[in-house]
Design a protein around this ligand. Structure first.
Ligand SMILES: Cc1cc2nc3c(=O)[nH]c(=O)nc-3n(C[C@H](O)[C@H](O)[C@H](O)COP(=O)(O)O)c2cc1C
Length: 406
């Protein structure tokens, strides 16, 4: 299944789930008598609306906005669009908002319109976002990223969407572990030298320190979806023969160096997440067992949570997309590596999300498209679940909605 088909079937499955048909654990909407919606109470076991404390940060609930590129920056700067995108989900009650894949260097952006945090000048506009989000009860997080061999492409709403931007039109030569095209017709990436790898590790650490200055309280490292971090991990993308390629210990070297450098740059109270593609879904690729092993290793270096996505290393992966399809990875890593996990991917229903937390399959539920469709998803879930926790919505609205819960 190629990337476009993957995305189309993912969207199709998402729409099915949103209508309630075929969604595992889906529940009729509303509060009709006899509804199967579980009533959740503040006391006792973890549920979707129980707070989550990690290091010095407490999330008001277990709902996180998954990082989603907005392709709306120039020279990496956050704009009013980013403020609106984050502000609306903060008002709507989301516990944690993870800002999109944000370039730690200009060449680390997927497109020339991606967000960046490679220079101090980026801080004020980011701070405007984080201040609003924090003032309305959400925790601002940021995903630090380098797009590697998938960098320098046109944004999805450009006529040549997804195509590489030529150098003469403002693009750049992508870099990666190996000088191997990601797809035919694309540019041959520059194979990074060990010195250049060290410089990128340093850029991650500097970007993390800058992010803290900008007010972000959770830092996530992007080691998924075929971008630079994942491309070092996956044997499908990493064909090096030096200390950064070959055996597992070598393929995880860039990960471990990045984690150590970033952790050292962060205050003790700041949580550090890593997003993995927990499987490549391809024979001979990165596996769940590899993810469990890597999760144990990064946990020992101060990582607090693994955000469990999949895929992206191979355009030929056959991915069984459907509701909860990635949740078993979050459950497996949580159990076998003894680290907190986030579940993501076609989680669209209140009862579905609540069950993931209540069953102990993950500590956090990350949502992408469901929150794009409905910034007030957390409040709607709170109504559906008949939660007796405080309403997860800005006080400016909460007082008016409290009486009716609608
Ligand atoms: C518009 C859009 C942009 C995305 N950008 C990112 C990104 O910046 N970083 C990332 O790790 N995943 C990205 N993703 C993947 C999402 O974070 C999420 O893992 C995926 O959409 C599955 O969750 P969902 O079914 O709730 O949408 C993006 C997805 C969408 C729809």
């Amino acid at each position: 299944m190629n990337r476009r088909h993957f995305f189309q079937s993912a969207l199709a499955a998402g729409l099915t789930a949103a209508t309630g048909a075929g969604a595992s654990g889906s529940t009729p909407r509303g509060l009709a008598p006899g509804s199967a919606a579980p009533r959740i109470r503040q006391e006792g076991e973890a549920h979707l609306f129980s707070p989550l404390k990690i290091r010095g940060v407490t999330l008001r609930n277990r709902i996180a906005m998954s990082p989603m590129c907005q392709y709306s920056s120039e020279d990496g700067f956050a704009t009013d669009w980013h403020l609106a995108h984050h502000a609306s989900r903060a008002v709507g009650g989301t516990g944690l908002l993870i800002a999109e894949a944000t370039g730690v260097v200009p060449e680390g952006r997927i497109t020339p319109n991606c967000l960046g945090v490679w220079k101090d000048e980026h801080i004020p506009a980011l701070r405007r976002m984080t201040e609003f989000v924090t003032a309305h009860g959400s925790v601002p997080g940021i995903q630090l990223a380098h797009a590697g061999v998938k960098a320098s492409r046109h944004r999805p709403f450009h006529p040549e969407r997804g195509q590489y931007v030529p150098v003469e039109d403002g693009g750049w030569t992508p870099v990666g572990p190996t000088a191997k095209r990601y797809r035919s017709g694309g540019p041959v990436p520059h194979e990074l030298t060990p010195t250049e790898i060290g410089e990128i590790v340093e850029s991650f650490a500097e970007a993390a320190a800058r992010s803290v200055k900008a007010g972000f309280q959770v830092i996530e490292l992007h080691f998924a979806h075929g971008y630079l971090g994942h491309s070092f991990l996956s044997p499908l993308m990493n064909e090096r023969t030096d200390e950064y390629g070959g055996p597992f210990e070598n393929r995880t070297r860039f990960l471990m160096e990045s984690v150590r450098a970033v952790r050292a740059a962060l205050p003790e109270e700041t949580p550090l997440f890593v997003r993995f593609s927990c499987t490549d879904w391809v024979e001979g690729g990165w596996t769940l067992e590899d993810s469990v092993k890597a999760a144990r290793m990064v946990k020992a270096e101060g990582v607090d949570l693994i955000d469990c996505s999949t895929g992206g290393a191979s355009r030929n992966a056959d991915i069984p997309v459907g509701p909860d399809y990635q949740v078993p990875f979050a459950a497996g890593i949580r159990k076998d590596a003894g680290i907190a996990t986030g579940a993501v991917g076609l989680i669209t229903e209140a009862a579905q999300a609540n069950a993931i937390i209540a069953d102990g399959r993950a500590d956090l539920v990350l949502m992408g498209r469901a929150l794009l469709r409905d910034p007030y998803w957390p409040h709607r879930a709170w109504v559906e679940l008949e939660s007796d926790t405080p309403p997860p919505i800005a006080r400016e609205y909460a007082w008016a909605l409290r009486e009716t819960r609608r």
